[in-house]
Design a protein around this ligand. Structure first.
Ligand code: HEM
Length: 245
């Protein structure tokens, strides 16, 4: 299991690097930062920069403030559930790997709680919140490559829970089958980074910090400043909720 975890970490690093090389998004990001600096109307001090980074982490990253309402709640459940699941898995695998040490039950409880939170947030997103389902009327069972991340994430947590249940009720043999399926779904989750949306968890914080910095130095990503006039969208906005992205 320890070797498997190390291999998964290598897959995360390798997959993210390949993804960055392929999409050239980091290159674009830094070129954009350079371009934005030229249109800055004021310079921001190191102290101000540090406070912007702190605010970004506290709001955009820790509370996913880019999202709203149900979408935000579902994301928070999935994000914190997954983080708790990963951290407790690593602690149990590396610190309590032999029967010599009794695993504190709080770790096992948190592991299950993390998996359940991921399932609630993930299935909520999959069945009810996905843009192509909620706004474009596609059926929930339509699967495209962009779904690789969400599906491998929820399937991994689900299989982990089933594996745990089967061990608890002592169904000999079946727990091994689900352990193999659980390992395979982990391989898909961590090995599929190049094709999935997994790496957004590394890109999004950087983009959020840059957005706030661009607002503070006046460059605003070359976008116009918001007007102070009242909002005017026309009467159409009252007819139905704006869900056609
Ligand atoms: C362990 C960390 C994280 C997990 C497990 C996670 C999980 C997810 C999942 C499953 C999706 C749906 C992807 C899809 O469209 O199929 C998603 C979307 C998204 N994530 Fe994360 N995420 C994490 C970290 C972050 C962070 C750190 C940020 C922001 C700083 C972020 C911002 C977003 C945004 C804006 C979306 C688009 C949501 C939407 O279309 O409704 N995520 N995330």
């Amino acid at each position: 299991m320890q070797v498997f975890v190390a291999a998964m970490i290598i897959l995360v690093v390798g997959g993210t690097l390949l993804d960055m090389i392929h999409k050239k998004n980091v290159k674009y990001f830094f070129e954009n930062v350079k371009k934005a600096k030229k249109s800055a109307t004021r310079t921001i001090s190191v102290g101000e920069k540090a406070s912007i980074v702190f605010k970004s982490v506290a709001s955009d990253v820790l509370t996913t403030s880019e999202l709203d309402g149900k979408r935000r709640l579902a994301h928070l459940l999935g994000m914190y559930g997954t983080i708790v699941f990963w951290i407790t898995s690593i602690i149990m695998i590396f610190c309590y790997s032999t029967p010599k040490f009794a695993t504190p039950s709080i770790l096992a409880i948190l592991w299950h709680l993390g998996a359940i939170m991921t399932c609630i947030g993930g299935y909520w997103f999959w069945f009810f919140l996905r843009v192509d389902v909620v706004a474009e009327a596609n059926p929930w069972y339509r699967v495209v490559r962009a779904d690789l991340f969400i599906l491998s994430l929820v399937v991994t947590s689900t299989l982990g829970l089933i594996w745990s249940y089967l061990q608890a009720i002592n169904v000999s043999g079946w727990d091994i089958v689900f352990f193999i399926l659980f390992s395979f779904s982990n391989l898909l989750l961590f090995g599929g980074i190049y094709w999935s949306k997994f790496a957004h968890m590394f890109y999004k914080p950087g983009a959020a910090i840059q957005k706030r910095l661009a607002e503070a130095d006046g460059s605003r990503d070359n976008l116009p400043t918001p007007t102070d006039k009242p909002k005017k969208f026309g009467l159409g906005i009252k007819r139905e909720a704006p869900r056609h992205y």
